[in-house]
Design a protein around this ligand. Structure first.
Ligand code: NAD
Length: 526
């Protein structure tokens, strides 16, 4: 829990409203904890008290519900029960009649019985893949969120997460992170984040489409290319963005030219080339710059990556292309290692292009050794890239890491305690708000292309991204070194604070200085 800053309390009291200070008292939450760095940086730069108040709570917290209908499920029978149905003849259903789901269940399509030969007893039937009990579908209700944290620099911008462990508290953290990140990336957006509490792998594609459409139906009046612009995050992708775009524009004539309501779309419907790989690409550019500053070769550097979804797999592939060697990977369902190097592109095919890999996991990958999830963190390496969920590098993980550099592909992967351990052990850090800013930077390029109805080449996108991310990272490193200068392409004058800082604090100083400029120059609406 963070300590309250006296300056904030004084300001609250000067409003002559005793309850105001009490209203703002944060509970012991993830959000409260995540603001520690914000408050430290705000103190360092003497942030205007009213700007501090504007930023320490989100502008809007939307909570709503999404209802939908899910189809019947075929649930695998417990082994002990299967014997009771030994004499049950096999049924035959067309193969496209059901969708295999990550938990072994089969989602039954509406017209599954057409062309089927069914032998059922007590609601049980036998298929070539096993013996199943039919459980009826029905209507369900899912809790949904959109937090709009701050729009001083432009429309709210941030991903949509479909995951079972989301909460308002978490979205408050992630939306605020987007406010800092869009400022660091220097794109004309504010911060937002949202999503649905659900396990997307437990639904068929048709059901996911219905859920996504219903989510946008509820959100339609609150988002737009100049209002709030969602993008993919954990559990969502270009397919989900396409459904959201359709729901936003369907039947609304003037909205057909508003493709920029979501970014991360397929390139065939207004997405930007390079967007799929952009976040991983940005992680790789930051690491490349870190090595260049030290005159060390990235070629041959060994890295481990946690999370092999969009960010982790793209970062691994790109770093491998740059000559680094991937020696271990962990995801939600397994950990693998190979000291001689894992072929990242081949692993991506195994995880993402293999229809039988329903968990989309590295588990079972034949060309590496399976290791325990705890051993993963102790694999000998130079770089550690957390690219899964928040909070994975705890104090005890940080004590065991062999890496010399942690590059945060994920949002908030390092706990406050772990930050202290890393600093004590001299392990350097590229903080999330710059390391994974490649995604939102290219989202901005997509948004501009949509506004201009243009399509840039992948080479153009990547060269803009490389310049943008490396220059913003250089400004952060200068703030950390307390060296204000105008380099060939970057200018850190006006950002340093008169003493050396760690990179996380330096990144936050840059974000706050850029946000502060809007309030100081534009003032406050009354
Ligand atoms: P994704 O859904 O594509 O992949 C998530 C990965 O994390 C999967 O491999 C999953 O197995 C793994 N994972 C989940 N729980 C885990 C656990 N407990 N232990 C180990 N691994 C676990 O998501 P993504 O888009 O790659 O996002 C990953 C992270 O990067 C998130 O923190 C996200 O907020 C952040 N991020 C994403 C983008 C983007 O453009 N997609 C941009 C910026 C930041």
């Amino acid at each position: 829990m963070r300590n309250r800053k006296p300056s904030v309390i004084v300001v609250a009291m000067t409003t002559n409203n005793a309850t105001l200070a009490h209203d703002r008292e944060p509970e012991s939450t993830l959000f409260g904890e995540s603001l520690q760095v914000f408050h430290r940086a705000a103190d360092l730069i003497g942030l205007h008290p009213r700007i501090r108040l504007e930023l320490e709570q989100p502008d809007y917290e939307h909570i709503f519900y999404v209802t939908t209908q899910v189809g019947d499920r075929l649930v695998p029978l417990e082994a002990a029960e299967v014997a009771n149905f030994a004499d049950l003849p096999s049924s035959s259903l067309p193969t496209n009649a059901f969708t295999p789901l990550f938990d072994g269940k089969l989602g039954v399509k509406q017209d599954a019985l057409r062309g089927a030969t069914i032998h059922a007893r007590d609601g049980v039937l036998r298929l070539a893949s096993g013996v199943y009990r039919v459980t009826p579908g029905g209507h369900i209700r899912l809790k949904a969120y959109r937090v709009q944290h701050n729009q001083a620099r432009g429309p709210y911008k941030g991903g949509l997460r479909f995951h079972k462990d989301v909460s308002l508290d978490l979205f408050n953290v992630l939306a605020a992170e987007m406010t800092w990140k869009t400022a660091i990336a220097d794109v004309p957006f504010g911060g937002g984040k949202g999503g649905i509490r659900m396990e997307p792998r437990a639904f068929t594609k048709d059901e996911l489409e219905a859920i996504s459409l219903r989510y946008m139906y509820k959100l339609k009046q609150l988002v737009g290319p100049n209002l709030d612009i969602p993008a993919p995050d954990v559990g969502t992708n270009a397919e989900v963005m396409a459904w959201l775009l359709r729901q936003y524009s369907d039947g609304e004539r003037e909205r057909h030219a508003m493709r920029g309501v979501v970014t991360g779309k397929d390139v065939r419907i207004g997405g930007s080339k390079g967007r799929v790989r952009a976040t991983g690409q940005g992680v790789a550019y930051c690491i490349e710059e870190w090595y260049a500053r030290r005159n060390k070769p990235l070629k041959g550097a060994r890295f481990i990556v946690q999370g092999y979804g969009n960010v982790g797999s793209c970062a691994a592939e790109i770093l491998t292309e740059m000559g680094a060697v991937c020696v271990a990977v962990q995801d939600a369902d397994g950990s693998i290692a190979d000291p001689n190097g894992i072929n990242a592109a081949k692993l991506s095919d195994y995880v993402h292009q293999n229809a039988n890999n329903l968990k989309r996991s590295v588990h079972g990958y034949a060309d590496a050794q399976a290791i325990s999830s705890s051993d993963f963190w102790e694999v000998d390496c130079d770089i550690c890239i957390p690219a899964a969920l928040g909070g994975s590098i705890t104090g005890s993980v940080a004590e065991r890491l062999k890496a010399k550099l942690v590059a945060e592909g994920a949002n908030g992967p390092t706990t406050v305690e772990a930050d202290l351990v890393l600093e004590k052990r001299g392990i350097e850090l590229i903080p999330d708000i710059i390391a994974n800013a490649g995604g939102v930077t290219v989202s901005y390029y997509e948004w501009i292309q949509n506004k201009r109805m243009e399509q840039w080449t992948e080479a153009e996108v990547n060269s803009r991204l490389e310049r943008a991310i490396k220059n913003n990272y250089r400004v952060i490193l200068d703030i950390a070194d307390d060296t204000a200068r105008k380099g060939e392409e970057h200018d850190s004058r006006g950002f340093t604070v008169g003493k050396k800082l760690n990179t996380r604090a330096a990144a936050m100083v840059l974000a706050l200085r850029r946000i502060e400029a809007h309030y100081l120059l534009e003032g406050f609406s009354q």
